[in-house]
Design a protein around this ligand. Sequence first.
Ligand code: ZN
Ligand code: ZN
Length: 332
Amino acid sequence: MKALVYTEPGRVTLEERPRLKPESGEVEISIELAGVCGSDISGFLGHSARRKPPLVLGHELAGRLSDGRRVVANPLIACGHCVYCLAGAQNLCESWRLLGMDQTPGTFAEYVTLPAGQIHEIPEELPSARTVLCEPLANIVHLFRISAPAPFFRLAIVGGGTMGALALLASQRIGARDVLVVDVSDQRLETAMKLGAAATVNTCSPEGLAETRRVAGRGYDLVVDASGSGPARQAAFDLCRPGGCVVLLGMAAQRSELDFVTSIRKEHRAVMSFAYTPADFRRALDLLIAGEVDLSRWTEQLPLDRGQEAMERIAHRPGTTLKMLLEVAPSR
Ligand SMILES: [Zn+2]
Ligand SMILES: [Zn+2]
């Protein structure tokens, strides 16, 4: 089968790879569309300790089973029997693995095999370009579930990329008010306004930071950091009201500094959110099927054999594209 292989930092090449035979309990999916995640980009750029060449990257997919049924798959494979799995926190499983990471081949290929329980059938009318957003949206479902904002909460989002945009769209379904999006790209902020943000501020200048403080007023009930850079994390706490909650989602910086004393005085609650459970994934799929969250206008598709170009474009010149999709086979 054809697969896009990450061969060295900054390079992916289309190669012929053996098609793995599904083991007992596994199914094979013929991939139609694969999404490029920020974590794939971090791997591609050589920044990820768990994505080492040679590796087929990718964990987001829309595809078909051999009998033609259209499916999406939860790419986070948990063991199912450790204490965390038994408690329904499969995202904290002691031995989880993810497609396109460590030794597990990913979705930038014609076929992928995984346990049958990871598969969800999707309706014929759900386009693949929407389906493929199920996995990133599952992260957002999870973060709102575990941070449990109170009704009519005021929300700020730091970072207007894929995750920030999905958080914005999902928040509109759960009663968020006065949603502010901050970013360092005017283009992304323009998109955030089109997606329904109440206000946006570019924080890359001192004036921008002053404007953020003015807009924030007494601060937000919930602040989501969908960036993960050091300054973004601090900005999230700066935007949070006394007694409010900051959700840390972005994983860009391994370590970063934080003004702890100010946050302690304000009794900020910090919630760290990682991945999703199978229930979150299912809920995300239901939101997509219902048409309640749709980012497909802001996606861009390139064929798998132009993978190098696709990776470079989304890593360095995303423009208004929030999600790059690789076309592996004709899809609907
Ligand atoms: Zn992802
Ligand atoms: Zn487990």
